[in-house]
Design a protein around this ligand. Structure first.
Ligand SMILES: CC(C)(COP(=O)(O)OP(=O)(O)OC[C@H]1O[C@@H](n2cnc3c(N)ncnc32)[C@H](O)[C@@H]1OP(=O)(O)O)[C@@H](O)C(=O)NCCC(=O)NCCS
Length: 168
């Protein structure tokens, strides 16, 4: 789409991100302070997708919050990705992921990780389409028809860990 702008976050974006996150179930929502920390200290790897109308008014349509590992600079992580319900299926999620991958590849990353709840079938389909692989190297169980890492985030919090090997 011509009128989509993907840009890095600035500090003032945190409230708009927090508002949009309320429309992103089953993705978790964070306290505002978490969005604020990311938009202040992780701007290089936090991206916003905006749609511009004919009067050049911009509306937030999606965001991706990610970062590079401090422990291993070859690892990057996508913490949250959300596209406004009215803008889904238009390629915005793909654009945000592509932008993130491009930037972290430049920073020297070789792997990207993220986690998804097994109930989030849309996200599972989406990340699979984007070339992410499930649960590499983990012991898994089949629960509710999905291969999951049981209790990954504590008791009862089964997760799918996605990994993608990235290069130029
Ligand atoms: C997951 C999400 C970010 C996808 O964003 P999107 O902009 O709609 O995705 P895209 O339009 O780029 O879709 C890319 C591909 O993903 C897959 N996909 C996307 N939505 C899908 C759906 N509802 N069902 C099945 N596959 C889907 C398709 O393969 C699609 O390719 P296609 O259009 O060629 O068929 C969006 O649905 C969302 O914000 N969900 C709520 C928040 C969330 O769960 N985030 C992820 C967990 S952290």
């Amino acid at each position: 789409m011509d009128n989509i702008i993907i840009r890095n976050a600035v500090e003032d974006d945190f409230q708009a991100i927090a508002n949009l996150a309320l429309n992103c179930s089953p993705m978790i929502t964070e306290r505002n302070s978490i969005y604020h920390i990311f938009t202040r200290f992780f701007q290089n790897t936090v991206f916003l997708a905006e749609i511009e109308d004919e009067k050049q008014v911009k509306e937030l349509a999606g965001f991706l919050i990610g970062f590079m590992s401090q422990k291993n600079k070859e690892d990057a992580y996508i913490h949250l990705l959300c596209v406004h319900p009215s803008c889904r299926g238009m390629g915005l999620g793909t654009d945000l992921i592509k932008k993130f991958l491009k930037v972290v590849i430049k920073m020297g990353c070789k792997r990207v990780y993220l986690i998804t709840k097994p109930v989030n079938k849309t996200a599972i389909d989406f990340y699979t389409k984007m070339g992410f692989k499930k649960n590499h190297g983990y012991k898994t169980n089949i629960i509710g028809g999905e291969e999951v890492i049981k209790d990954y985030n504590g008791k009862g919090e089964d997760m799918i860990v996605f990994q993608k090997i990235i290069s130029d």
